[in-house]
Design a protein around this ligand. Structure first.
Ligand code: KIV
Ligand code: ZN
Length: 533
């Protein structure tokens, strides 16, 4: 079977991947990425080969605006999209943020379900039609590429949604995206809904139909796939499936589903699947959202065989129990690349092979960390290098940094810690605290050193590789300076990794405080607050 897309402009056998990790994904509770981290993810998404990056929702904050603008200016390859409600101020902000991209897109949305129209928008269907028309027309006056979404479409009257989308098409929308905003639909129902839209909307076959599914009932990938079978040629998804509530369609799952079962549907994506595992690790590291071991495609156990029968089968012939090759998703990158005696050149070459261009001072710093780790660990693998470099990239001169720490602990004494923190003014401040355990004591000593109050919301430790000498990776989420912020740290010593992670989370919270100060000024001038979609 081969499923034809309906849009005569689309490449019929290609499904465009629209990545919304930095917009819908970033709306997950506890995720707060700064601009540098968002650019880092966007660069990796470009390397992965996504067709569109939805970089953010610029009206929501100066920080979001800055991140979208920086990505539009620096990230080459994909279309860069920004989200906007139908308000003029939103569309102006979206356009100003993406206008420097080689291929900008404005994505505007308004709800078509009566539940939203009545209770949230407190308006009428007629008004929704008017707002959709005005918004698409305005966006189109700035930008050729305009996407329109009727939010909560799957709970809306299909005839009314079609009327609104027809207006958007008339005004020049290039993409019509049908969101299952609350993850309510089922594959058959969704496919029937999309087929009905093709019947009702004149000219829908001349634009790209897109799907955007949430995972509240665990159906986001299945529903997106049903959408593709019904003719959609863009799938909106997020790395590791992050997003509002239960999240979005998982990018790696829909991509590998389309690749692996191309035999039955005849369509594929432009994704370089060998980058999937690395992209997943990067997003997990920077967001603090751990990937469950049994997660399809990128989980640590996605290709592990436990039962004797399965192991026996795979040893004899891989295809007995494996439907994908782990190398195709980049899960073979744990090869040993360097040893204790490797030099600076070898490190630079290895990093280059892993896609990191590290020179000058950054290379010296990475080399120093590599040596420290190589002294303690017999073998340094590609995964270790990736973790060290990502860790080094977190180090900034304008915030707090760990100088040194000492801990006293044991089963017969109350743990205590002394930690020296390099302050933003470059001076060192030493703090001291007792705690319930060594990690708690370290966190207390850091708070003492920087003289701030904050509340620990979550603390997770994982091993970068297997074995007793594995690098430990710690993620901390805390509430400080009035906001949630996360931080990560990597070291052979879990206590050191914990201290680094805690200090980085505090630094990120400090960034947010500075941003909010600026926001306060802007909020005074604004007439309303902007809730996320
Ligand atoms: O879930 C949703 O409806 C959205 C829209 C803004 C596309 O995220
Ligand atoms: Zn969404």
């Amino acid at each position: 079977m081969s499923v034809a897309g309906r849009n005569s402009q689309d490449n019929q056998d290609r499904v465009q991947i629209f990545d919304t990790t930095l917009r819908d994904g970033e709306q997950s509770p506890g995720i707060s990425l700064n601009t540098q981290e968002k650019v880092e993810i966007a660069q990796q998404l470009a390397r992965l080969g996504v067709d569109v990056i939805e970089a953010g929702f610029p009206i929501t904050s100066p920080g979001d605006f800055e991140a979208v603008e920086t990505i539009a200016r620096q990230v080459e390859g994909p279309v860069i999209a920004a989200l906007a409600r139908t308000h003029k101020a939103d569309i102006d902000a979206a356009w100003n943020a993406v206008k420097d991209a080689a291929r900008p897109r404005i994505h505007t949305f308004i709800s078509t379900s009566d539940i939203h129209i009545e209770h949230q928008l407190k308006t009428t269907r007629e008004d929704v039609k008017g707002q959709a028309r005005a918004a698409v027309a305005l966006a189109k006056s700035y930008c050729d590429d305009v996407e329109f979404s009727p939010m909560d479409a799957t709970r809306a009257d299909v005839e009314f949604t079609a009327e609104v989308c027809a207006i958007a098409v008339e005004e020049g929308a290039t993409v019509i995206n049908i969101p299952d905003t609350v993850g309510y639909t089922t594959p058959e129902e969704y496919a029937a809904y999309l087929r009905r839209l093709y019947e009702l909307i004149p000219g829908l076959e001349n634009v790209t139909l897109s799907v955007h599914c949430h995972d509240d009932l665990g159906m986001a990938v299945a529903n997106s796939y049903a959408g593709v079978l019904a003719g959609a040629r863009q799938v909106e998804c997020a790395v590791n499936g992050i997003g509002e509530r239960a999240g979005n369609c998982s990018l790696e799952e829909i991509v590998m589903l389309l690749r692996t079962r191309k035999d039955i549907h005849g369509v594929d994506t432009n994704i370089k699947t060998r980058e999937l595992a690395r992209t997943s690790r990067m997003v997990s590291r920077l967001t603090g959202y751990q990937v469950p071991p049994n997660k399809a495609v990128v989980g640590r156990n996605a290709f592990a065989h436990e039962s004797g029968i399965h192991q026996d089968g795979v040893l004899k012939e891989r295809s007995t129990y494996e439907i994908m090759d782990p190398r195709d998703v980049g899960l073979d990158s744990n090869s040993i690349v360097l040893g204790k005696h490797s030099g600076r050149h070898a490190l630079r070459d290895a990093l280059e092979q892993l896609g990191f261009k590290v020179e000058g001072q950054a290379l010296n710093q990475a080399f120093k960390r590599f040596k420290e780790i190589a002294d303690r660990k017999k073998q340094v693998t590609a995964l270790d290098l990736e973790a060290i470099v990502s860790d080094e990239m977190r180090e900034r001169v304008d915030t707090y940094a760990l100088s040194w720490f000492e801990v006293e602990a044991g089963s017969r004494r109350e743990p205590s810690a002394r930690v020296a923190v390099r302050m933003p003014n470059r001076e060192e401040s030493v703090g001291f605290a007792h705690g319930d355990g060594p990690v708690d004591a370290i966190f207390g000593a850091i708070r003492d050193a920087v003289d701030t109050e904050c509340e620990l919301r979550s603390y997770t430790v994982s091993a970068v590789t297997e074995g007793a000498d594995a690098l430990g990776e710690v993620t901390v989420v805390l509430h400080a300076h009035g906001r949630l912020a996360s931080g990560q740290g990597v070291a052979t010593d879990i206590l050191e990794a914990s201290a680094r992670a805690y200090i980085r989370a505090l630094s990120n919270a400090l960034d947010g405080a500075a941003i909010r100060e600026a926001e306060g000024v802007i909020a005074d001038a604004a007439t309303e607050r902007t809730p996320g979609p």
